[in-house]
Write a protein that binds this ligand. Structure first.
Ligand code: 26W
Length: 820
């Protein structure tokens, strides 16, 4: 196997130490005598960075020289987490660094812990983009990620008196992983108007004039592949005021305040990540962010293409652009604008290039998450783009009309412009019309989009335009980095670390399912990971949890569709039953630790209520002397990527319990199973494919099926809705004040009991409770449980993001890896 070590790593720990000392003394201008952990982290990462940069340059040169097709992954979110550990792994010199740091008086874990997460994302969509970058580099695909360099990532969550409080996440104080490219800038225009003129042949030319400029500055982040020298680029754009005559004059005239105000207004564009996940709020600044990022990226891509001096018709042979959800959909319009207004191509020729270039991935079917922008806002901000959108729509509707003459209903249903009170641009429809492939992220989800939101488009374009690429996760971070002991055990049994590159090799461990020694080590590793999490809980919350208990974990964004409320109602039910038992009976019960974590969007009141209830239940249960170790309820503050790396390996059971048909895929479900935990879940998203791969005997499925959801919702609205005895008991306990102020949780209860129970909490409650009972029974049989976890891990090969990148490359991008 190739390791970067052979070329660019460190020969030995002395060489590494020398580099660390050099960076401490020169780059940081400090002395080794007052080198604290922060400085050690800084110097050690700079030492690795130096090594990365060399391969990064070589990779970029190789890509330019061979002139192959490149992939551009456009994502408004990249939830990267920490980079140092990953860089050490991929450069292939972590053990050298560990020894070197030890000799300098540091523990490597403490140094790794100094790094601030790069938290430029909300949840699943952003983390998926990060896993994809890792896979694209590891598989040697010439690929770039394009995003925004937010000054503030997702907010830091504090829990104060049981409530979520948001604290800004300023993360850029020291970030050795980015390289400002002050020479790579693009001026981006907003507002203004369109003037039309005729050229000498009488052709109408549009001129977008009189707007305001903001400058985009590139910041590049190296993305090292695993076990390959390939190091790709993630380019993040930062906004700053365009320097021109205008502010120069202001400055000259002594109008400092107004000059500074202009500057701040420009910098606002890339200032902060919107913290909504699965909710479209339609804020003007968000649309500005989208256009700013898309226009800068396309300018960059087109500039690179033009250097090759090829004909425009070859653009799609050189460039594949993937749209991570609808957030970058304006890229379709922008490329069309560049081709017709700037480069002078005819509409049809340009449009063929555009559609051949773009692919669109849908990540949600929730109606409140589907992006729509008011026509008036687009007109104001991007007047030329709105004209082009109208033209795209016109030609599209003409084609539809030709195919389905007289079907006016169809025309209004599929129109990119929604003819409502406030006219809206439907971004998902624009993305479908402007791409050659549209994919969902798990089988069920891809079926659903083809039969619901995009049904008419399947009729119009044919089923071939639509496809599925089931999500995946990178085993480098989510197995090897998060769970080094498990990775090592697997390596021992499968003949090396090849499984980190071909995850299907995991199937070899099934041969050891009856091997006593292997099972013992397997169980010890899980226990050690639980102890690590227990210690973390102790040190951060001062709550003692018993690592022998069943660890039941639900960590993800807080959302009604993900149904943390179902989980906490179940926990309350368990508590009530324990309280009703005699002491003798109680002694026979299985101890459980229920762990929650996740952020609520700041404006999502109901999600915040759920967090509050979990905390209040914890406050009562955790200090109930009758209960002791039998039940503990933990809300982990500020769930993020680096905390996920501690939490995921420590689960016995994780919860993926969304209302069927609402969770597009889920990816943490994959991470938990890969780390030797079992799932309690609904038949939703990738849970279904996980079941197919690992076997239904190894997963605890319950609840309504997606095909029955609509009828059930309908029946609720016709009043045939009763919540059942168990849930009533839970509601009564809440309303009698067992968990704090009785008024506090009224709305949560009403949503289920009185307002139609949209997420079917009551319908699924009893089967959830019954299934949790089965979990307890199965867990008592530890040997049986261990067998299930070993078999499950062995069968998880399919869920590597390497597999899914290969599917995109072959089925959507038509790109080949670039051999090193
Ligand atoms: C416009 C506001 C907004 C922001 C983010 C709308 C929608 C989003 C994302 C598309 C939401 C999201 O993260 N979706 C998640 O994508 C994951 C990766 O495919 C899936 O695993 C999750 O099931 C899906 O919820």
């Amino acid at each position: 196997a190739w390791t970067k070590n052979e070329f660019e790593g460190f020969k030995n720990k002395d060489e590494f130490e020398k580099e660390v000392v050099r960076h401490v003394e020169t780059t940081l201008a400090r002395s080794m005598f007052n080198c604290d952990e922060t400085a050690a982290y800084a110097a050690a990462s700079l030492a690795f960075r130096d090594r990365l940069v060399k391969e990064w340059n070589k990779t970029q040169q190789r890509q330019t020289f061979t002139d192959t097709k490149r992939v551009y992954y456009l994502s408004l979110e990249f939830l990267m987490g920490r980079a140092f550990d990953n860089a050490m792994l991929n450069v292939g010199a972590k053990s050298i660094a560990k020894e070197g740091l030890e000799e300098l008086g540091f523990r490597i874990e403490d140094i790794i812990g100094q790094e601030h997460d790069a938290a430029l994302g909300n949840g699943g969509l952003g983390r998926l983009a990060a896993c994809f970058l890792d896979s694209m580099a590891s598989l040697n695909f010439p690929a770039w990620g394009y995003g925004l360099r937010y000054r503030y990532g997702i907010f830091k969550q504090e829990i104060i008196d049981g409530y979520q409080v948001e604290v800004p996440d300023y993360w850029l104080d020291f970030n050795p992983w980015e390289f400002p490219r002050h020479d790579v800038t693009v001026n981006i225009q907003f507002y203004g108007h369109v003037r039309k003129s005729q050229d000498e042949n009488g052709k109408t030319i549009a001129h977008w004039e009189g707007g305001e400029d903001v400058t985009a500055v590139a910041y590049d982040v190296p993305i090292p592949g695993y076990d390959t020298p390939s190091t790709n680029n993630m380019r993040l754009w930062s906004s700053k005021a365009a320097s021109g005559e205008f502010d120069f004059q202001k400055f000259n005239n002594g109008e400092y305040e107004s000059s500074v105000a202009d500057q701040q207004r420009a910098e606002t564009i890339s200032a902060v990540l919107y913290p909504n996940d699965n909710l479209d709020r339609g804020k003007e600044l968000r649309l500005k962010q989208q256009y700013f990022w898309v226009a800068a990226s396309l300018y960059d891509i087109v500039r690179r293409f033009k250097k090759t001096k090829r004909a425009w018709s070859e653009f799609p042979d050189q460039v594949a652009i993937q749209l991570n959800d609808t957030h970058p959909t304006l890229a379709i319009v922008e490329l069309q604008r560049i081709l017709i207004d700037v480069e002078g191509l005819e509409w049809d020729e340009a449009w063929n290039i555009v559609t051949a270039t773009f692919g669109y991935t849908n990540h949600t079917v929730l109606p409140e998450a589907l992006e729509k922008w008011p026509v008036g806002l687009v007109q104001h901000l991007l007047p030329r783009h709105l004209q082009i959108i109208y033209d795209i729509n016109l030609f599209f509707l003409q084609a539809v009309e030709k195919k389905y003459p007289g079907d006016r209903d169809m025309l209004s249903r599929v129109s990119i412009i929604e003819e409502s009170q406030t006219k809206m641009v439907r971004m998902a429809y624009l993305a479908v019309v402007g791409s050659h492939k549209v994919n969902g992220v798990a089988e069920l989800h891809s079926d659903l989009i083809q039969t619901t939101i995009f049904k008419d488009f399947v009729t119009i374009f044919g089923a071939d335009k639509f496809t599925n690429v089931t999500n995946g996760i990178t085993p480098r971070r989510w197995l090897h980095q998060a769970n080094p002991r498990l990775s090592e055990l697997i390596a021992k049994k499968t003949g090396g670390y090849g499984f980190l590159k071909d995850l299907t090799l995991l199937n070899k461990i099934e041969n050891f399912v009856d091997d006593k020694e292997f099972r013992k080590e397997w169980a010890e590793i899980k226990y050690a990971n639980k102890v690590r999490l227990a210690n973390y809980i102790k040190s951060t919350m001062d709550i003692t949890v018993n690592p022998e208990a069943l660890f039941d974990i639900q960590v993800k964004r807080i959302h009604e569709y993900k149904r943390q409320q179902l989980n906490i109602f179940g926990v309350i039910y368990r508590y009530l039953k324990l309280k009703q038992m005699s002491p003798e009976e109680r002694k026979k019960q299985l101890p459980r630790v229920s762990i929650f974590g996740g952020k609520a969007a700041p404006g999502y009141w109901m999600a915040k209520q759920i967090i509050h209830l979990v905390n209040n239940v914890g406050a009562v249960v955790n200090k109930d002397p009758e209960i002791g170790d039998l039940l503990k309820v933990i809300f982990l503050e500020d769930y993020n990527v680096s905390k996920a790396e501690i939490i995921t390996p420590a689960s016995d059971l994780s919860e993926h319990i969304s209302t069927a048909g609402t969770e597009a895929s889920g990816t943490s479900n994959m991470k938990f199973v890969l780390n030797g935990g079992l799932i309690i879940g609904t038949c939703d998203g990738a849970n279904i494919e996980i079941t197919r791969e690992i076997g239904q005997e190894n997963i605890f499925l319950f609840g309504t099926l997606s095909e029955d959801v609509e009828d059930l919702r309908h029946s609720h609205n016709y009043g045939q809705h009763s919540v059942g005895a168990g849930l009533t008991e839970v509601f009564n306990a809440i309303q009698s004040g067992t968990f704090g102020d009785t008024n506090d949780f009224g709305a949560m209860i009403s949503a289920v009991r009185d307002h139609g129970d949209y997420y079917l909490v009551s319908d699924d409650f009893q089967s959830y409770i019954d299934t949790q009972k089965m979990v307890d029974d199965e867990y008592r049989n530890q040997e049986g449980w261990i067998t299930k976890t070993i078999r499950s891990v062995a069968r998880m090969g399919f869920f590597s993001s390497d597999r899914c990148i290969n599917e995109y490359a072959e089925g959507i991008w038509n790109v080949e890896p670039l051999a090193v």
